[in-house]
Ligand binder design. Structure first.
Ligand code: NAP
Length: 349
């Protein structure tokens, strides 16, 4: 495994992180008739990741592990499973990232980034993760109902109390990120992470966020590096009805995306690698070329997938192939995956 310095900090993370949004699914259902996570396999995947040298794990308070948008009865499950898997390992050898903001209870303070919610959910995450501190706490999404200064002052106090070490953002407007970075410095808060989608068919962060990361010393946790598995090429001939792709993302199969997939396929053949390996290796190489730490956060539901992804660290894509991939995917730079909500009204006084 290769370890890199993450953002403008002393923190060292593995070049690949393991995400826990989607864990393997079992056929058993719970009392709500929701499929359960295949917990033994999930624990095995996390342990195998550690055996492979991965020290960087991502989760969120709202993640269930199987459900896409969990209700308040199913949230917290991924953090709980991750906490269980990490028992017995040296906590100081691991870097845990989690995220807060999503709905965790059906009352007005059950969602958001208020002081009340942040303090409550950090304490709950610590309990679920069975740890004394969180390495990187991400604000999962903007909360337009809370002054961002309230959130950042609260996070700063939590750093002072040793409950969190660094902070990160996810899905904030580029201008707001700059405001947050500047305000954070005034309260001795180190914001080091940007968690955003980045893959060969979603390059929207190349429009401006990558520059912000470079200028302000942020590491990028590139999520959905395989576009839900699409970039592995496995859905081209058939989308199995039980797959996560079937329910959500069959619209990914369009001529522009297929063109990218064809190019990945051609390069994979030439390099004797898989499409998934080329897609992951491309993201890592882009980080090196741009001189920013970019860590793909991979979702894994089978041990074989994990081994294949870890093996992509041995793949060195020649720069002329990187250029070909850049060219074929350039069109995705200006296609927003969502409109970032603005949270800050610049009433400077
Ligand atoms: N900040 C945010 O809002 C946010 C949003 C989304 C994700 N994330 C983070 O990013 C992580 C990764 O997201 P993601 O799961 O969407 O990532 P992804 O890597 O794009 O997709 C993962 C899926 O790809 C398939 N896959 C993985 N390795 C494969 C291989 N070697 N060959 C073929 N297929 C393979 C698996 O599909 P099957 O399960 O069908 O086998 C797996 O579930 C999440 O767990 C989470 O931690 C953060």
């Amino acid at each position: 495994m290769k370890y890199i310095r993450f953002g403008n900090s002393g923190l060292k993370v593995s070049q690949i992180a393991l995400g826990t949004w989607h864990l393997p699914e079992s056929n058993e259902v719970d009392s709500f008739n929701i499929n359960k996570v295949d917990e033994p396999l999930a624990l095995n995947i996390i342990k195998s990741a550690i055996d492979n040298g991965i020290n960087f794990f991502d989760t969120a308070n709202i993640y269930h592990g199987v459900m896409q948008n969990p209700d308040v009865y199913h949230t917290g499950n991924s953090e709980r499973i991750l906490g269980k898997a990490l028992i017995g390992y040296d906590r100081e050898s691991l870097v845990i990232s989690t995220k807060i903001m999503g709905r965790m209870a059906n009352h007005p303070n059950g969602i958001g980034l208020s002081r009340k919610y942040v303090r409550w959910q950090v304490n709950e995450s610590l309990k679920r993760l069975k740890t004394d501190y969180i390495d990187i706490l991400h604000m999962h999404m903007p909360d337009i109902t809370t002054p961002i200064e309230e959130t950042l002052d609260t996070l700063s106090a939590l750093v002072y109390n040793g409950l969190i070490y660094y902070i990160g953002e996810s899905h904030f407007h580029p201008y707001d990120i700059i405001y947050i970075l500047n305000y954070s410095r005034t309260v001795h808060l180190q914001m080091i992470s940007m968690q955003e989608p980045y893959n060969l068919i979603d390059k929207y962060i190349e429009k401006d966020k990558i520059d912000i990361a470079r200028i302000y010393g942020l590491g990028i946790m590139a999520y959905m590096p395989l576009a839900h598995g699409f970039l592995s090429g496995k859905y081209i001939n058939e989308i199995p009805p039980m797959s996560r792709f079937y329910n959500n993302l069959s619209e990914y199969i369009n001529p522009e995306n297929i063109k990218v997939l064809d190019k990945i396929n051609e390069i994979a053949r030439n390099l004797d690698a898989s499409l998934a390996q080329v897609s992951i290796s491309y993201i890592i190489r882009k980080g090196e070329l741009l001189n920013i730490p970019i860590v793909p956060v991979v979702g894994i539901t089978k041990i074989e997938q994990l081994n294949e992804i870890v093996d992509s660290l041995n793949l060195k894509i020649p720069d002329d192939y990187i250029k070909m991939l850049d060219d074929v995917s350039l069109q995705f730079k200006n296609v927003p995956h969502e409109d970032y909500k603005r949270i800050i009204k610049y009433n400077i006084n």
